[in-house]
Design a protein around this ligand. Structure first.
Ligand code: DX5
Ligand code: ZN
Length: 212
């Protein structure tokens, strides 16, 4: 099986010791840092804004994979890019003008991602964007919180997308050592994992387990 990238989600990190947490996963072999941005509107939780990303940017050279769970992300794409985001993923369900939003991300030069909530199907509209996307992020929990249970419906969706799409497929939500092999087999390239990395004392071992 091909090598997967592991992107620990800092939502599950100890925010009182963010620098230590980031250095720890860097040493442990993480490939990216996944940063969950939530606005209390598109999802019920509120988390991180550009000012925090700017701080994280100074601490590490690891690519910052920024997952925007906010309404009308087009309003903030440039700010997130200027703060140091390398990958910017917007939600299919959160944009009035999706083509313009995707274009706005592309214009910043960031890796451009589109995320689908669990109930969003890979329909004709999604398919039309595939050629211009660097990454498609499949949600395997309802977005909003870390520590939820993996929804197995994500697996056929990955398999379906893998047949159509050559870019990176990322999976986010409830990924642990039990489900990682299943989604790797289905064809994902990136494993996002919060609890399964930050919830473990030995992060190197946790990452190794996910990578398989
Ligand atoms: C959920 C977030 C996820 C979350 C993953 O809305 O997008 O990135 O932090 O956490 P775990 O791995 O604990 O499900
Ligand atoms: Zn996420």
């Amino acid at each position: 099986m091909k090598k997967v990238l592991v992107a620990p989600s800092i939502l599950s990190a100890d925010f009182g010791n963010l620098e230590r947490e980031i250095r720890d996963i860097e040493r442990a072999g993480a490939d990216l840092i996944h940063i969950d941005v939530m606005d209390g509107h598109f999802v019920p939780n509120i988390t991180i804004g550009p000012v925090v990303i700017k701080g994280i940017r100074k601490l590490t050279k690891m690519p910052l994979d920024v997952h925007l769970m906010i309404d009308e992300p087009i309003r903030y794409v440039k700010e997130f890019r200027d703060a140091g985001s390398d990958w910017i993923t917007v939600h299919y369900e959160s944009c009035d003008d999706l083509p313009e939003t995707i274009e706005a991300v592309r214009r910043t030069g960031a890796q451009t991602g589109l995320s689908l909530k669990p109930k969003t199907a890979i329909d004709e509209r999604v398919k039309q964007f595939l050629p211009i996307l660097d990454v498609v992020l499949i949600m395997s929990v309802e977005p909003g919180f870390g520590g939820q249970k993996f929804m197995p419906e994500a697996v056929p969706k990955i398999i379906e997308l893998r047949k159509l799409y050559k870019g990176l497929i990322s999976i986010d939500g409830g990924i642990n050592a039990e489900y990682a092999p299943v989604v790797r087999k289905a064809g994902v390239d990136v494993l996002v994992a919060g609890t399964a990395v930050f919830g473990q004392k030995d992060r190197a071992k946790a990452i190794e387990k996910l990578r398989g």
